[in-house]
Structures are given as C-alpha cells and as structure tokens.
Design a protein. Structure first.
Length: 395
C-alpha cells in the first residue's frame, strides 16, 4: 500500500481491515438512502432516461435494449437492432453509466448484451487517529448476457446472466447472478411483464474474513397500455417490485408522443415525482429525465441515446408483383369495397410500439380508414389492423 504512515506490517493489515469496515459502513448508509442499503442496489439504476422519466416503470414498457436490465423477456419482442447508452452525474460525486445492445435473429431468438457501472472517486482513507492516509475509489460493475425468444405470436420468455464486480480500497469482490423474465401481449394495446431479479446472487470479497454478501432477490410485475382513453400514442405504465414479502418499490408513469417526433413523460414512484422528454429522428432518439434522490432535496439528470438500426432480413423476402398478362378474361369479378386501392404492397409503420417496422399489406378498408398488414420480420405472425394514418406506403 502506498502513502501509509506506519511501517509495522501487522498495524498495516489491521488498519486495512478497519478502513474496509468503515468505508463499507459509509457506503451502506449511502446505499440505504438510495434503495435500502443492500448489496448491488446500484443495479436498480439500470433503466435508462425514458423509464426514469416515467417514474421508473419499465418491466412491461422497455421497448429497446434497456430491456436486458429490467426484463429480459422484453428482448424477445424487439423486431429491430437496438443500441442504448446512458450516463448521469449523481449526488455525492457518483458517476453512473450503462450500455445495452439487442439484436433479433428471427427463428433463432433474440440476444442482448449489457454493461452498467457506478463509480465514486477521491474517497478519503483515514487511519484510526483520523489522519488522511490516501485517496481511493469505489467501483461497481455488472456485465449482462441475455437471450429471449417468442412462443407463439404474443408471448416471450428470456434470461440474463450477470457477472458482478466490486472494487473498493484495494479489495475486490465478484460473483454471478441471473434474471428471468417474460412478456405477453394482450390484444393490440396491453402488455404484461413479470421478472425475477438476482436469482442465486452473491459477492465474495478477497479479504482475510472472506466476506460474502448476498444480493436481495426481487420479483416484479409490470403493466402498460397503449393509446390510453383512445388517445393515439399515449402510454401508461406501472410496476410493482417485491423483495420476499416486503414491498420493494412501486412506479407509474405516462408517455405522450407528438407527431412521432417529440416525447413528453411524467411519473411517480416511492422516491417521488420525475419527469422527462425526448426527441427522435431518423432512427436516433435522445431521452432526458430528472428523477429525485432519496436523500435531501436533490434530483439527478439522466441522458440516454438510442439507435434503432434495423434487423436481419425476413425469412421470406418481398417479391415484386408479376406483370399482368394483357389478355384478360371476358368477365371480371366485381371488386369488394375492402379491396386494396393501390398496387403498393409494403408499408412502414409510423406510430406505436411497432414504429419503423416494415409490413406487407394484406387488405385495406377505405370505408373504415383501416389497413390490415403482417410484419415482414415475422412472416407467420397474425395480421395486424392499423389506421391508414399510422402507415406510409413504400415504393
């Protein structure tokens, strides 16, 4: 160890254990002010600015790569590749970062990768007399590997393995953890999610006492509803989290998308009110959220950049219509009022959870201003009925 004032090795090791206990106590108090003081509580932050702007609700509404943090089952519902990056400067000189990636593999299912980190620098190390001995840092990281696949057309299940690492004052700990999640669509507007976090999770320290910390297992339920009160692009979401028989947290929020360009959000949780917004253009989205700290009159600002870069080609590629033979039968059948009025067969979905997805036109109903389509990414899926104002025909 550098910069120690004592030369006696026995005193050095005694002070190291003493310093470790003191620092762990301080950080536990800090963590308790955040989410209960248990080991691994920083993992509660891995939501992204969109979820934080909605009060932290995300179990059934994470329609991007951040699903690997909140509900790996949601990864199975993604139809395009997603890349998310989040950063925030928190109170008490803490820095938070996360990075998430998800990609659909069609019949092989979907996979995701994730990394999250919470770091505190320039912590003062003191001896038993209160003198500063050195400055050190506290770093907590988790690396995620997730996989999910759909069962039928409206249900998905996924799992994420996590490697946990914690470095503090020259000591370190590591361990493994698992999350198991599922998602189901009910109709076209309701999404339900359930997730188990921190299954069989612990951290073992390389100290002389071989300290072992157990992460608190959690169970969460989520609900989201699209087009609330029949208002297009208005989504409500709620989450409830339990740790054993105790309520760990509750979250609720709203999101309204204006002209498929601007997002406005608000929410409430057991920590207080939060709000945020975002802007999306050409596959990119920037989200900002202001969420309260649990200690003092302090709020934190989260920034998340999302890139929606498309998915793999569908199993059945689109074929151009075969030119009609000039000779026609003498009698032509009378066209149904619901028959398509255009020769264009591919549309781009502009609004809702399937925004930016390409779909094949099955039929149109001009009288009701609706169109029936099937996603190109899921050739065998059930048809979806949309409003004509929700799609754009492609050449």
């Amino acid at each position: 160890m550098k910069n120690w004032r004592f030369s006696d090795k026995r005193k050095i090791f005694n002070l190291l254990d003493f310093r470790f206990v003191i620092v762990m106590t301080i950080l536990t108090v800090r963590g308790a002010a955040q989410v209960g003081g248990a080991a691994g509580t920083y993992l509660e932050l891995a939501n992204g600015a969109r979820a934080f702007g909605m009060g932290g609700a995300s179990i059934a509404s994470a329609f991007d790569a951040t699903a690997i943090f909140t509900n790996p089952g949601m990864i199975g519902m993604l139809y395009t590749g997603q890349l998310n990056a989040t950063m925030a400067r928190l109170a008490l000189d803490r820095n938070y970062y996360d990075l998430a990636f998800a990609y659909p593999l069609n019949v092989w299912g979907n996979f995701g990768l994730g990394w999250t980190q919470l770091a505190i620098d320039n912590i003062e190390g003191r001896d038993q007399s209160g003198y500063i001995t050195q400055y050190f840092s506290d770093l907590q990281s988790a690396f995620y590997l997730g996989y999910a696949r759909t069962i039928g057309d409206n249900f998905a299940i996924g799992m994420a393995g996590k490697y946990l690492y914690h470095s503090l004052a020259g000591c370190s700990a590591n361990g493994l953890s698992f999350d198991l999640g599922s998602t189901i669509y009910i109709g076209e507007r309701i999404t339900l999610g359930a997730v188990f976090h921190n299954i069989n999770s612990s951290l073992k320290w390389n100290t002389s006492s071989d300290l072992k910390e157990t992460l608190q297992s959690q169970f969460g339920l989520g609900f989201s509803y699209l087009d609330l009160f029949q208002i297009p692009n208005l989504t409500v979401a709620t989450d409830v989290k339990l740790a054993g028989s105790e309520l760990w947290g509750y979250h609720a929020g709203l999101e309204y998308i204006i002209k498929n360009l601007l997002m406005v959000r608000g929410g409430y949780s057991n920590r207080g009110f939060s709000y945020g917004g975002g802007i999306q253009l050409a596959g990119f989205k920037l989200d900002v959220a202001v969420a309260p700290e649990s200690f003092g009159n302090v709020s934190r600002i989260f920034f998340t950049l999302n890139w929606n870069f498309g998915g793999p080609p569908a199993e059945e590629s689109y074929q151009e219509p075969v030119p009609q033979i000039e000779e026609q039968p003498a009698e032509q059948p009378i066209e149904s009022p619901t028959a398509p009025t255009t020769t264009k067969n591919i549309v781009l979905i502009l609004e809702g959870p399937l925004a930016n997805e390409r779909a094949e036109v099955i039929s149109q109903n001009p009288a009701e201003n609706t169109i029936t389509v099937r996603l190109l990414a899921l050739p065998g899926s059930d048809p979806i009925i949309l409003g004509l104002d929700q799609v754009k025909f492609l050449e």
